[in-house]
Design a protein around this ligand. Structure first.
Ligand SMILES: [Zn+2]
Length: 328
């Protein structure tokens, strides 16, 4: 039966700065895939709610004070190959020397400053509109990829430019554009018949508009509450009731690949995520339950995609110097 199928590859597909405003944006692709797996609109971003800190935790499984990544640092220096807090990619590489690993990012510092060099990771840093075609071409040629990461950048750029929140049409439109792009990736995964033995995590790193309408970094729920979904063999379907942090993504990925989760990681496999095994002994289950994490009623409708205005946000960051630098 499907639930017993081995997971052969993991996709981590994310967009930057979307918070849980996918509830108000037009995101038909995400909505459809959430329904195929586990999901929450109240996963917790790391603090501070800034991209380097948050994606750093997604990719390294530890809290920002341990990986030490900041927007300034990732823009300037490659991630040390001998760090005590290796990336998910390094951990997979050390255990599987021949595994195909790939990272596609709209924000270059992820590939340059978070994922170690010299691991043989296929790294592509391009604006979002060019990034997805590059990913699709790679996937066509490498359906046996073991771990593939995608970060689309435009929602965050639109938030900085137009303001974050449910009342910001251009921001919601940018989230809708990213939904369409992730939808193309998911459709290709299906077309290549990879969904049946893949684990897919859909997420964003943080929201915005909590303390600052055009910024983020605070612990305000608008900055910190984020969508997070996991779809794949053995994954329970429906809303996740327990606590999830974005760092948990790294533990879920390793667990799904059959690799042990480092005991010193902050990341854990959410206790109720897998229907059969749940969080095993190695991963240590999270049992804390927050009422906030339950599925809240989706606000119906919402503005549709209006035009390409939201895309303009991408230009804010082409050189890696972020609009948010120094703003928090
Ligand atoms: Zn930002």
């Amino acid at each position: 039966m499907e639930e017993r199928q081995t997971i052969r590859r993991v996709f981590i597909l994310g967009m930057d700065g979307a918070g849980n405003f996918v509830r108000e944006a037009a995101t038909p692709h995400l909505d459809a895939w959430f329904a195929r797996g586990a999901y929450t609109y109240f996963a917790q971003a790391e603090l501070p709610t800034i991209s380097a800190e948050c994606w750093g935790s997604v990719l390294h499984g530890v809290k920002p004070e341990r990986h030490g990544l900041t927007n300034e640092r990732v823009a300037e220096a490659p991630y040390p190959p001998d760090s005590s807090f290796p990336s998910l990619f390094r951990l997979v590489r050390e255990r599987e020397p021949d595994a195909k690993l790939a990272s596609f990012s709209g924000w270059g510092p992820i590939n340059n400053g978070m994922i170690e060099d010299g691991l043989g990771v296929h790294k592509v840093s391009l604006p979002d509109a060019e990034l997805v075609p590059a990913l699709l071409g790679y996937l066509d040629d490498n359906p046996d990829v073991r771990l593939l990461f995608l970060q689309l950048d435009e929602p965050d750029g639109a938030g900085h430019r137009y303001g974050y929140g449910a009342d910001s049409p251009s921001y919601l439109a940018a989230i809708g554009v990213s939904d369409e792009r992730i939808g193309r990736v998911l459709s290709r995964i299906e077309a290549l018949d990879l969904a049946k033995d893949s684990l897919i995590v859909l997420l964003t790193d943080h929201g915005g508009g909590g303390a600052d309408k055009r910024g983020h970094g605070s612990a305000h729920p608008m900055d910190r509450d984020v969508f997070w979904s996991c779809i794949g063999p053995g994954v329970k379907k429906g809303p996740l009731a327990g606590a999830v942090t974005i760092a948990d993504t790294a533990a879920v990925a390793l667990h799904a690949l059959g690799l042990g989760v480092p005991a010193d990681w902050d990341a854990r496999v959410p206790a109720e995520l897998f229907a059969d095994s749940g969080a095993d002994a190695a991963s240590g289950g999270k049992t804390a339950v927050s009422e906030e994490n339950g599925l809240k009623a989706r606000i119906g409708g919402g503005p549709g995609r209006t035009d390409a205005a939201g895309r303009a946000g991408a230009g804010l960051r082409e050189d890696g110097s972020r609009a948010e630098d120094g703003r928090v």
